[in-house]
Write a protein that binds this ligand. Structure first.
Ligand SMILES: *[C@@H]1O[C@H](CO)[C@@H](O)[C@H](O)[C@H]1NC(C)=O
Ligand SMILES: *[C@@H]1O[C@H](CO)[C@@H](O)[C@H](O)[C@H]1NC(C)=O
Ligand SMILES: *[C@@H]1O[C@H](CO)[C@@H](O)[C@H](O)[C@H]1NC(C)=O
Ligand SMILES: *[C@@H]1O[C@H](CO)[C@@H](O)[C@H](O)[C@H]1NC(C)=O
Ligand SMILES: *[C@@H]1O[C@H](CO)[C@@H](O)[C@H](O)[C@H]1NC(C)=O
Ligand SMILES: *[C@@H]1O[C@H](CO)[C@@H](O)[C@H](O)[C@H]1NC(C)=O
Ligand SMILES: *[C@@H]1O[C@H](CO)[C@@H](O)[C@H](O)[C@H]1NC(C)=O
Ligand SMILES: *[C@@H]1O[C@H](CO)[C@@H](O)[C@H](O)[C@H]1NC(C)=O
Ligand SMILES: *[C@@H]1O[C@H](CO)[C@@H](O)[C@H](O)[C@H]1NC(C)=O
Ligand SMILES: *[C@@H]1O[C@H](CO)[C@@H](O)[C@H](O)[C@H]1NC(C)=O
Ligand SMILES: *[C@@H]1O[C@H](CO)[C@@H](O)[C@H](O)[C@H]1NC(C)=O
Ligand SMILES: *[C@@H]1O[C@H](CO)[C@@H](O)[C@H](O)[C@H]1NC(C)=O
Length: 787
């Protein structure tokens, strides 16, 4: 025995020794009766996977309970038990009577503590599945906190419970009896290969799904999370392979009253007090100093939210503006805080004491304003939303400056105004269409476990979920500078594209905050991001799957793949050769695509104050829906990769042929005008149906051939625009639209960045709502040799 065992309390050593020396029986019947803790006998299953017997209780030295455990796990985890919380002493014994009744009896008082009836030949046996059986009685019908493989979850009140958490039935989990989480589907059973079967035929799977050579258990843990554990037979320890709730802070009761739960990494949490509050008992927090209704102020806590609206300490008001929300709280003397959701919803909630289930998460998109005494000197350290809002959409609106009010109020009003303008500008149509379509999913959000769509923010997926959704990352649909893209399907049937990112800088919280910003961008012509995964080193983004693939496949004949002319990092090895022939895009479709892309980029640039530069606009990053509605992908990703050094970033990210000259030659920091240049190139390609750098090989021999210059000459000097137009569709060409597209493109590809129009202007040029004057002639732009 190792020296460390000397440190164990003596009775534990005794119990370890007694476990080691225990005699084993395969069944217990009247002939083995009685059976008590002093026998030192264990009931084992045929192949010894499970053991049943008396175990030491935690409380007193002479206290025992009866349980079933995994023979081989190091912790001998108890999967089923009786009298664990109210242990009995060593005088208590099992016996089977001649009538066939199994009873656990206190021999001192001859009182039967527990009985099961059977027939005269009944015996107690333990099956290899962990099921304890006596005649018709089965321990599987009375689970405690754990479900084993092949065990069906009963739906009649005998479901899992642990501490203050209890499943009311297989789909509703309650905290303290009345605060419930629910799932639309119920969990049916756990299969031996690690799949949780749900009543709506969807599935939840372990990260080691498919392996049947190991033991698993589904346990409701003390913290209220439901987890699936898998036993490593070598190390004999458990590993979490699935958990119902990813954001641990959203589990009820994690922190006490008035406290705020903050995640620490992805596996633990911390409870902190809001500013103006101090710790009291447990994790509860109380106000540092009381306020009177006339002398109170509010402290802003970004990304903090309390409780759930079905609780009586919260009053939801119909959508109102921020100032009204605040004054409603001020008017009500029992209102201790209010929360405001910074999306188009304008959700205002007044909060009453005690505040419960507070947590911080960027996904809330909510700020809570805590009412404190006027003299309070604490400042909020929950910040970041203002910055986020300002960076995402500090639209250059001429805001009426409010009369000299407190500075924060002015700022708040500005934020609100900006937000509402944002929602208006952000393509109200697409946003609301989206909400309407997915309101079903939104309602399901913040349920136990299976929230599929964000309640306001992106949904956090576990690595295991995405592994399962993509069939172990088996279906590659693309590779790009940011990583590999896999096709997958969520359990609710929606198709997704999972982008597994590489070279991502920064920590998890930073990644989360950035991703939340990207997820906020709603535009008809932007690929919608549904969620992300940040598990240990893994960083993945989950997007809607856009069915028709990328524009390049439609524009260019198969052999002109981008592969042969890319920068170091850019390896778009799209499997073009394997693709079936694509239909030829007609003129109207091309025009619609060009306009849609221009609007999406204008949205990124202008409604978001040039915060979101795309930095890699090319046909590969323009995806097409069934109806050829274009959707720009990969926006915002340049932001994730490298903040410090934009020049280096641009060098890595851009794709040759689409990179603006100032960027390639001078290595200047990127501006929005670099995106305009890239778009101009794409526009010329949409018109011509050829890669800008491959056009040359086919049509001219000159060394200093440069697409923009050549196009300019064709349009403005030779006046033979038709030479630019894709010869395959020249028949149906709409002269006016073609001219508009070509002239707009030539403006976009001007050598000097300041001559290029803004993206908003580009969209207007395409629409035909502004006049297109004659641009300057592009000079020759030489592509420098590799490095
Ligand atoms: C327990 O000990 C008693 C008395 O020695 C004996 O009669 C009985 O058979 C034992 N039972 C088992 C299950 O070992
Ligand atoms: C068993 O009976 C004795 C005597 O009546 C009593 O002191 C003891 O608490 C009982 N044990 C249990 C577990 O009920
Ligand atoms: C058990 O009961 C059956 C009938 O219920 C009877 O035929 C049999 O003899 C009994 N066996 C014993 C050992 O008492
Ligand atoms: C014991 O039996 C169970 C159920 O048949 C099986 O899953 C398990 O692998 C077996 N264990 C051993 C060690 O044979
Ligand atoms: C579960 O049931 C399946 C099919 O009935 C069986 O093959 C498997 O051995 C069982 N697993 C356990 C652990 O009992
Ligand atoms: C639940 O159902 C099982 C199987 O149908 C049954 O054995 C058990 O007694 C039931 N439990 C309760 C509390 O009704
Ligand atoms: C688990 O549930 C599925 C779906 O209802 C069913 O097909 C399967 O037989 C069940 N397995 C067990 C062991 O009950
Ligand atoms: C589970 O219990 C809840 C509340 O008691 C009830 O509303 C719901 O219908 C039940 N679900 C199932 C599947 O029984
Ligand atoms: C919910 O349960 C808790 C503790 O059991 C109790 O304090 C509270 O009053 C209950 N709330 C409602 C609305 O029943
Ligand atoms: C099991 O544990 C051993 C030793 O810790 C480890 O080397 C092995 O990778 C683990 N197996 C699995 C499947 O995790
Ligand atoms: C605040 O008011 C409550 C209730 O009136 C009182 O119990 C508490 O002691 C007061 N706290 C302070 C710091 O004055
Ligand atoms: C805010 O400050 C308190 C007290 O200094 C600290 O305990 C807490 O961790 C801080 N919270 C955050 C989110 O930084």
């Amino acid at each position: 025995m190792s020296p460390s065992s000397l440190l164990l309390p003596p009775f534990l050593i005794l119990s370890l020794l007694s476990l080691a020396s225990a005699a084993s029986i395969l069944s217990f019947s009247s002939s083995e009766s009685p059976w008590g803790p002093n026998n030192g006998t264990h009931l084992i299953s045929t192949n010894r996977t499970f053991t049943a017997g008396f175990r030491k209780g935690n409380s007193k030295p002479d206290s025992f309970f009866f349980g079933v455990w995994f023979t081989n796990s190091r912790d001998q985890f108890v999967v089923w038990s009786i009298f664990r919380d109210t242990p009995f002493d060593s005088s208590t014994q099992f016996s089977v009577s001649s009538r066939g009744e199994l009873s656990l009896t206190n021999t001192s008082s001859s009182q039967a503590l527990w009985t099961v009836s059977g027939s005269n030949s009944s015996q107690l046996i333990l099956k290899d599945s962990g099921e304890l059986q006596f005649d018709k009685w089965s321990s599987f019908n009375f689970p405690i906190d754990t479900i084993l493989a092949n065990q069906t979850i009963p739906n009649n009140g005998t479901t899992l419970q642990k501490g203050e958490f209890k499943f009311l039935n297989a789909s509703v989990l309650a905290f303290q009896d009345n605060d419930t989480y629910s799932n639309s589907a119920k969990i049916l059973n756990l299969t031996t290969d690690g799949t949780l079967m749900m009543s709506d035929t969807s599935k939840q799977v372990a990260s080691d799904v498919g392996k049947t050579d190991r033991l698993r258990r589904l346990t409701l843990d003390q913290d209220g999370n439901l987890r699936l554990y898998s036993l490593n037979a070598t190390s004999r320890t458990w590993r979490v392979v699935w958990q119902a709730v990813q954001e641990l802070c959203t589990i009820r009761g994690t922190c006490g009253r008035n406290a705020i739960c903050v995640p620490v990494g992805s596996t633990s949490t911390q409870c902190v007090c809001p500013p103006g509050y101090k710790h009291s008992t447990g994790t509860d927090c109380i106000l540092k100093s009381n306020y009177s209704s006339s002398s109170s102020k509010f402290l802003q806590l970004d990304f903090v939210e309390f409780g759930d609206s079905n609780n009586n300490y919260m009053q939801s008001l119909s959508p109102i503006n921020f100032a009204d929300c605040k004054s409603q709280c001020l008017k009500n003397s029992s209102c201790v805080a209010f929360s405001y959701m910074f999306t188009g919803n304008r959700d205002c909630n007044l909060l009453f004491s005690p505040l419960k289930d507070g947590y911080w998460s960027p996904a809330t998109e909510t700020a809570t304003y805590m009412r404190v005494s006027e003299s309070e000197t604490d400042t909020s350290n929950f910040t970041g939303m203002t910055q986020m809002i300002e960076t995402v959409c500090p639209v250059r609106l001429s805001l009426p400056i409010p009369p000299k009010e407190a500075k924060t109020t002015a700022r708040n009003i500005a934020i609100i105004t900006i937000l509402f303008s944002l929602e208006l500008l952000a393509g109200v149509l697409s946003f609301w269409a989206f909400l309407k379509k997915y309101s079903k999913y939104r309602d399901m959000a913040r349920t136990f476990g299976l929230e599929y769509l964000p309640a306001g923010g992106p949904r956090r997926f576990s690595y295991a979920e995405l592994k399962a959704a993509t069939s172990d990352f088996s279906n590659i649909v693309g590779k790009g500078g940011y990583g590999v893209v896999y096709k997958g399907q969520l359990p609710d049937g929606r198709a997704i594209a999972v982008k597994r990112l590489k070279n991502i800088s920064g920590g998890e919280a930073e990644f989360w905050a950035e991703v939340t910003i990207i997820a906020r961008m709603h535009h008809l012509n932007l690929v919608r991001m549904w969620g992300f995964c940040a598990d240990k080193e893994q960083r993945m983004l989950v997007y809607e799957y856009v069915s028709n693939g990328s524009l390049d496949k439609f524009l260019f004949p198969a052999h002109t793949n981008l592969n042969d002319n890319v920068t170091e990092d850019e390896t778009d090895t799209n499997t073009t050769l394997l693709q079936p022939p694509r239909p030829l895009l007609d003129w109207n479709t091309r025009y619609r695509i060009a306009l849609g892309v221009a609007r999406a980029i204008a949205y990124l640039h202008e409604e978001c104050l040039e915060w979101v530069l795309h930095c890699d606009i090319k046909p590969e990053n323009i995806l097409l829906e069934d109806d050829f509605c274009p959707k720009v992908s990969d926006f915002g990703l340049s932001k994730l990769t490298n903040k410090k050094d934009k020049v280096t970033m641009s060098k890595i990210r851009g794709t040759r042929g689409y990179m603006a000259p100032e960027w390639v030659i001078h290595r200047e920091p990127i501006t929005a005008k670099a995106d305009v240049y890239s778009f101009g190139m794409v526009l010329l390609e949409i018109v011509s149906g050829r890669r800008n750098y491959q056009f040359q090989r086919d049509s001219t021999e000159s060394e200093d051939w440069y697409f923009p210059k050549w196009a300019f000459e064709k349009v403005y000097i030779e006046r033979s625009m038709e030479e630019i137009v894709d010869p395959r569709i020249i028949e149906g060409a709409n002269d006016e639209a073609v001219e508009r597209m070509v002239k707009t493109a030539i403006w976009c590809v001007q050598d000097r960045a300041e001559l290029r129009p803004s993206m908003g202007k580009v969209a207007k040029m395409l629409e035909g709502t502004v006049e297109i004057t004659e641009p300057a002639k592009p000079i020759i732009f030489c592509m420098p040799d590799e490095h």
